[in-house]
Design a protein around this ligand. Structure first.
Ligand SMILES: [Ca+2]
Length: 260
């Protein structure tokens, strides 16, 4: 192997290492460290800034172990006349909308056979947060960042844990805003992780907006359950070591032919 080839391989290896950072968790809560019966808003998430009340009362949001997807989970109860919603806010310094990143957000939902429905917003988008919701007919529906609705055609489990997951890609900054597109994945007790939507338009997000999740109970007189909420951010590799190799090897071969 020529000295020049070894040099090029060395550059490729370094370039790969430099751009492939692991995803950083900027918000997470599995609720397991809470005490039985504790109000959600009285504690901080495992990772991230805070849980805040959006709708209803603190007593509508209790951490318990009777229904859980590991350890403890959040019970969200909606009364006869009021909403129930909370907002989990990511870390203020790292959990922000950043150019050329992939943001993954996940949360587990259990309707616990109570006839309830639910929704959850994700992101921070100035005009319209993308969100999923369980329609009264039981199917998972999505909105994009422009408020356009789509039906995944999948029915929410009535008594079991479903995992809902956004994978959102932010592009380059343009005038202080980030264009984004996202895919949506659902896992149920009877279905492996499945992509049910892709290429949805997230609209424009102000660069530096703090990321958040907003789980909400949408049916009066029901209790629903949430567990394992998380948001992570990974940088998009650019250019990848492989792309560099594809570009570099033909040039190297041409160079060697000239020398021969
Ligand atoms: Ca848990």
């Amino acid at each position: 192997m020529s000295h020049r080839f070894v040099c090029i391989m060395g550059i490729v290896a370094c370039s790969s290492l430099a751009v492939r950072a692991d995803a950083a968790v900027v918000f997470s809560d599995n609720f397991d460290s809470a005490s039985e019966g504790q109000q959600l808003t009285s504690r901080s998430p495992d990772v991230g800034a805070s849980w805040g009340l959006i709708n209803g009362t603190d007593a509508n949001h209790i951490i318990q172990s009777a229904v859980n997807n590991g350890g403890k989970a959040l019970q969200q109860t909606r009364g006869a006349s009021g909403g129930a919603a909370v907002r989990g806010v990511a870390d203020f310094s790292t959990g922000i909308a950043t150019p050329n990143t992939v943001v993954t957000a996940k949360i587990d939902l259990n309707l616990a056979g109570n006839g309830g429905t639910a929704s959850c917003d994700f992101g921070y988008q100035s005009s319209h947060d993308p969100y999923f919701f369980v329609h009264p007919d039981g199917t998972y529906r999505l909105t994009d960042g422009n408020g356009n609705f789509s039906n995944t055609g999948l029915t929410a489990s009535t008594n079991g844990w479903d995992t809902l997951e956004w994978v959102l890609t932010y592009g380059a900054d343009s005038g202080g805003q980030l264009p984004g597109t996202f895919s949506f994945f659902i896992t149920t007790p009877s279905m492996a992780r499945t992509e049910v939507a892709s290429g949805l338009n997230d609209g424009l997000t102000d660069t530096g907006s703090i990321l958040r999740l907003l789980p909400s109970n949408q049916t009066n007189n029901t209790a629903i359950y949430w567990d394992n909420a998380a948001i992570s951010i990974a940088e998009i590799p650019e250019p990848t070591g492989f792309a560099f190799l594809v570009a570099a090897v033909p040039a190297m071969i041409r160079h060697r032919r000239k020398l021969a």
